[in-house]
Design a protein around this ligand. Structure first.
Ligand code: HAM
Length: 423
């Protein structure tokens, strides 16, 4: 016997037991985003590698070490998308969606990052993203955060906190960057290896370091919020005022720099303590320079992406129940006439009771074996057809979850008898 082939590390199967939860999550996301005026865009999973190196940034973890990049048969460098924003902006430009227009868009699907797999962190994971292209904000920044709050309520996800920051314009960030490099260079011998490497290329990322030995140094570093240009400061103040007025709690965290280079001004993360080390459930911010970077006329933009694997895990801990997929009725048939009539009767019941979860026994077997299968299915009712019942156009109806006696019901009365177990 040959060895069984297994899934790739960090990539998992989501089985029928769990997909009901995912479908519920996706339905809430779709309905809520639609209600706020966001239109769905479906994007390719593969993009040219350059799209990500240019937008996410050459010196980021994602581009340096996490992308699934390969040459296709034509010799072109292709990458499995590690995130959705770059592709969304590319698609909007390529399809002329930004010609004197603004767009509210959303997308959902798998993303790929070659990270070290652990609970809540996968190499293939799913995101839903919402992007508002062409909007200056801060009104739309606020809107995007209000969408999130509504989603948490609808999904039964509690105990998230919102961290908020502003990185200012690219120019203000450049000034801050120099100040930070100066501060860190003076303390070079306190930096860990990774941070020394980042010092010149991407010093802001050092603020994100989780190394406990670095925390005091990071706490003493100059704060980006002290370097904001006037316009960014006013933008940030207006967003905070909007959140206050709407009753959304948040914490200003000047260390929240995010791991992708395209951000400017607003950045935020919704964080949980309930999933161990992987705290960020939804994250995003403003990326006013990205449209231009990808070759479009300059246009401001802001958005977020939610990790669905993490959101689904939090829903499991919450109070909203997953919709049941257990069959309501199981049809047992023994005898040739019954096996012929059964599937037809089942179709009639499905016509009469749309949405009825009815499993028709397949694979034959005696009454006993079929009853066992009916019981295991979790159905509330078994319908029983033997050749005698078929001749009389009747069926036995047996409750599987209580002791009530089996009843003998004419076919045309079956919908009314079944209806109570369908609600
Ligand atoms: P990100 O912070 O890299 O941002 O990812 C957003 C979310 O995706 C994270 O907060 C997390 O929930 C989930 N996520 C990321 N990596 C993994 C992983 N390996 N396993 C499971 N979940 C993961 C972005 O991707 C930006 N495109 C967000 C954005 C949209 N900014 C503006 N618009």
């Amino acid at each position: 016997m040959s060895l069984r082939i297994q899934a790739i590390r960090g990539m998992r199967d989501i089985l029928p037991d769990a997909t009901a939860r995912w479908q519920q999550l996706e339905a809430v996301l779709r309905d809520t985003l639609t209600a706020y005026g966001y239109g769905e865009i479906r994007l390719p999973i593969l993009e040219r590698t350059e799209l990500f190196s240019r937008s996410v940034g050459e010196q980021t973890d994602i581009v340096e070490k996490e992308m699934y990049t390969f040459e296709d048969r034509g010799g072109e460098s292709i990458t499995l998308r590690p995130e959705g924003t770059a592709g969304c902006v590319r698609a909007a430009l390529e399809n002329g969606l930004l010609h004197n227009q603004r767009q509210r868009l959303w997308y959902l699907g798998p993303m790929f990052r070659y990270e070290k797999p652990q609970a809540g962190r996968y190499r293939q994971f799913s995101q839903v993203g919402a992007e508002a292209l062409g909007f200056e904000g801060p009104d739309v920044d606020l809107e995007l955060l209000l969408v999130c709050r509504r989603l948490w309520q609808a999904l039964g996800i509690t105990n998230l906190r919102l961290d908020l920051n502003s990185l200012g314009t690219q120019a203000a960030r450049a000034v801050y960057r120099e100040k930070l490099i100066a501060y860190l260079s003076e303390r070079r011998d306190e930096l860990d290896e990774e941070s020394v490497r980042r010092l010149e290329g991407n010093p802001l990322r050092i603020l994100d370091s989780k190394n406990p030995a670095m925390q005091a140094l990071i706490a003493g570093a100059p704060a980006i919020t002290d370097f904001l240009d006037d316009e960014s400061a006013a933008h940030f103040a207006a967003l905070r005022a909007g959140l206050d007025a709407a009753g959304v709690a948040y914490r200003v965290n000047p260390r929240l720099v995010r791991g992708l280079d395209y951000y400017s001004r607003t950045t935020f993360e919704w964080i949980t303590d309930a999933l161990g080390a992987q705290g960020a459930v939804c994250a995003g911010g403003r990326y006013d320079g990205l449209v231009e970077l990808i070759g479009g006329r300059p246009a401001p933009a802001v958005g977020w992406a939610m990790g669905l694997d993490r959101a689904a895990a939090l829903m499991e801990q919450g109070a909203v129940r997953a919709p049941s997929t257990t069959p309501q009725v199981y049809l047992v048939m023994v005898g040739e006439a019954a096996e012929r009539a059964g599937p037809i009767l089942a179709e009639q019941l499905r016509d009469a009771l749309p949405g009825l979860r009815l499993t028709v026994h397949c694979g034959g077997g005696g009454f006993k074996a079929q009853f066992k299968a009916a019981d295991r299915s979790g159905a509330a009712l078994a319908l029983i057809l033997g050749d005698q019942e078929v001749a009389a156009q009747r069926a036995g109806v047996k409750a599987l979850r209580d002791e009530s006696a089996q009843r003998d019901v004419p076919w045309d009365e079956l919908p009314e008898v079944i209806r109570p177990v369908t609600s």
